[in-house]
Design a protein around this ligand. Structure first.
Ligand code: ADP
Ligand code: MG
Length: 700
């Protein structure tokens, strides 16, 4: 980077020590370069000035030119507000402020020509604009006239020091004025620039801040988005390619013993085509002599567990140990039980290690593990701990809920001299763009087929008022011999309140479904592990017909006889969580149902979530909808992965750019894995430079 852009922020004209401190704290802008990377989030089109009479109920943000006639202060304390009547030659509209009143009165004078920008709303039948941006219509603006004016995000602390959007724009103007082409050198190879018709980095930076028109802005944005996504992909693929260079993997030559036995004698069903295909992919990986790093995606109930088990048997047939890591205690237990059951009579040692296994039992397991007497270890995150030492681990399966980053996965590699093969299974599907970004360093397998004979789950929406009808339906199902889940939301911040909801629900259900005719289990996060297990087991064995639970049952629980899933306060769950919960039913031969219960009034987003759930059972479709509704930052678990904090690109709308960036990065890494060709020199040094800062430290 040029020395100019490395200059400390306080040296920029108009900044100084005080504002410098604020820019560092609020924007993490330590240098000129950091400030330059604070892109506008919106632009005001200065070329279009509307008239007051054009304002109508559908008007979005609008720019008007006119004069303020006078001010009026109404109310006191919290009610205090400032009103201004604003006129142009076609009419009058009210401007209103609830905050910064003194500041407004100081800076705005009546009868001066101003530009007003904001979003009109209707109040008492009249239009007003709350907290508009008002700017004196100076000669300067008159002269610059056209072009798009940047709008920067800013915080209260910044605003107090005149670093509101306009103040920032002034600084940016100064900075851009000093920045020369050599300060923003190009690092993308010429060929790529030409192929995608991308403008230079320098041009892009100038135009992202002060674009003359929409089309210039579009080109600047396109270039910067491409750059951002390309660098992430390149970094991911570099990690991947380095790994396959360095990490020699174990070769699993044989699958003739336990694998065969299990496949031919123990397995109670025919694998689906998709399961077979995925197993072939894994088999191929484990023959290459390189370490496998594969992501297995499949919808709830698509049968990932049996694939995991067969994969572990491949390792065992070649003299290795294997382990399976689950996101929760309950799920680890259930995996343990179902795997012990599946392997019954096969003379294999399977052990369970969770945080609850302590003292002698723990010591016993750890010793046997180190001596190689345990073939398959199943557990929670406790497996990553240093004290867990294998004699010879060859395969690690991660059934995950929380999405790990590359670094966390790497912790597992040190468990043997050569890193074990790694299979990551996602609990629910994730959208392709997100997968490419978070799991860009992995190969991907997909199970896109459900086991045969499954009846699609019928999902309906009911409100509190329909409760009696729902109870009636529950009774019918129970009389047919079915079992029912009722799930309550659990949100960390108000755990006590949630518990109360759950207990209230339990009471009302107990009244409507009295003993001894009906038996009810209850499971929630505040219970001791042993109690949870006991209640769970009663339901699994069919001794109870209703399971009342918080989301602790979300992942993995398998009770094929349960055919009704009732979700209370469904509006409080995210889409993928709803889908995951629904996946607890529909596992047996009977028709299954999912009933989403909500209050009467729903936000638009909740309505949309409920309607998506009622429309489709396809986890991949739901994942895409979830991404659209919430954006990647809010999807479960993505925060941990770090790479999602995109600066300018957007995983919902920039799919095409992402794909182009991915392919380009792939081609580049294939032709020059170490980026050592002369034409890639700038790229390599830029990557090294940014890897010292920011996000890369988290993923490499
Ligand atoms: P998930 O992918 O959600 O982890 P599971 O592995 O728990 O799904 O499988 C769900 C259920 O489907 C289990 O009861 C499992 O035994 C059963 N199953 C898996 N594969 C098949 C198959 N090919 N045919 C029939 N049933 C299967
Ligand atoms: Mg599972």
């Amino acid at each position: 980077m040029s020395t100019l852009l490395q200059s400390p922020i306080e040296f920029l004209k108009g900044v100084g020590p005080l504002r410098g401190e604020i820019l560092r704290k609020e924007l993490h802008a330590h240098t000129f370069g950091d400030l330059l990377a604070h892109y506008p989030f919106r632009y005001i089109d200065r070329s279009v000035i509307h008239k007051v009479k054009e304002v109508n109920p559908l008007t979005q943000f609008i720019q008007l030119k006119g004069k303020i006639n006078g001010f009026k202060i109404l109310g006191e304390g919290k009610q205090k507000r400032l009103l201004a009547s604003f006129r142009d030659d076609t009419g009058e509209i009210e401007l209103i402020w609830f905050k910064s009143i003194d500041f407004i009165l100081k800076t705005l004078k009546p009868n001066v020509e101003v530009l007003v920008f904001g979003k009109p709303t209707v109040f008492n039948g009249l239009f007003n604009i709350a907290h508009p941006e008002v700017e004196i219509f100076t000669d300067e603006i008159k002269a610059s006239g056209k072009g798009l004016q940047p709008v920067y995000s800013s915080t209260d602390r910044m605003k107090k020091k005149n670093l509101e959007s306009r103040g920032l724009a002034r600084l940016m103007h100064t900075l851009i004025g000093q920045t020369k082409e050599k300060d923003v050198p190009e690092f993308l190879p010429k060929e790529i620039l030409q192929h995608f018709k991308l403008i230079s980095r320098y041009q892009a930076i100038l135009n992202i801040h002060f674009p003359k028109n929409e089309s210039v802005l579009h080109e600047a944005t396109r270039r910067l988005k491409f750059e951002e996504l390309f660098l992430i992909q390149l970094q991911m693929l570099k990690v991947k390619s380095n790994r396959s260079e360095i990490s020699k993997g174990f070769v699993f030559e044989k699958i003739d013993n336990q694998f065969d036995k299990f496949y031919h004698h123990q397995l109670k069903f025919e694998l689906t085509g998709a399961q077979k295909r995925v197993l072939k992919e894994i088999r191929k990986d484990t023959l290459t002599g390189r370490q496998m790093n594969r992501l297995l995606q499949g919808d709830v109930g698509s049968g990932k567990t049996v694939v995991a088990l067969l994969t572990m048997l491949m390792a065992i047939d070649n003299g290795f140990q294997a382990c399976l890591m689950a996101p929760t205690e309950i799920l680890a237990n259930q995996h343990y039980e179902s795997i012990v059951e599946a392997l019954r009579g096969m003379n294999l040692e399977v052990a369970l290690l969770t945080g609850n296994v302590k003292g002698k039992a723990r010591k016993f397991i750890l010793e046997n593990l180190a001596e190689g007497k345990i073939d398959i270890l199943i557990g929670t995150h406790a497996l990553i701990e240093d004290s867990v030492v294998f004699k010879n681990i060859g395969m690690v399966v991660i059934d995950e809920q929380h999405r790990f980053g590359v670094a966390q996965r790497a912790a597992l590699w040190t468990k043997n001299e050569k890193p074990p093969h790694i299979l990551v299974m996602t609990a629910t599907p994730i959208p392709r763009t997100l997968a490419m970004t978070i799991y860009g360093d992995l190969d991907v397998s997909v199970i896109d087929e459900l086991p045969p004979g499954r009846k699609p789950i019928r999902t309906v929406h009911r409100t509190d008022a329909d409760r009696l009808r729902v109870f009636g339906f529950m009774k019918e199902e129970i009389h047919k011999g079915r079992q029912i889940y009722i799930v309550y939301p659990l949100i960390e911040e108000s755990e006590t309140l949630d518990l109360k909801h759950l207990m209230d629900g339990y009471e009302s259900i107990s009244r409507a479904f009295p003993k001894p005719e009906f038996q009810i289990s209850i499971v929630h996060g505040r219970m001791r592990g042993a109690d949870k297990d006991y209640e769970m087991q009663r339901f699994v064995r069919g001794e109870t017909q209703i399971m009342i639970a918080t989301t602790v049952i979300e992942v993995g629980v398998n009770v094929p006889n349960a055919s009704v899933m009732i979700i209370e306060n469904a509006e409080r769950f995210g889409l993928s969580q709803l889908h995951q919960l629904r996946g607890r039913v529909g596992r047996g031969a009977e028709q299954s149902f999912c009933i989403l219960i909500t209050g009467k009034k729903l936000s638009n987003e909740s309505k949309q979530r409920v309607s998506v759930m009622c429309k489709t059972n396809d986890g991949f479709v739901i994942a895409e909808e979830d991404l659209k509704l919430r954006g990647p930052g809010d999807l479960e678990g993505t925060q941990q992965s770090g790479v999602i904090n995109l600066h300018i690109a957007d995983l919902v709308n920039d799919v095409k750019i992402l794909e182009a960036a991915r392919t380009t990065a792939q081609n580049l890494i294939e032709s020059d894995p170490t980026l050592s060709m002369p034409e890639h020199q700038h790229l390599l040094s830029y990557m090294n430079e940014i890897s010292k800062e920011k996000i890369w430290s988290k993923i490499s």
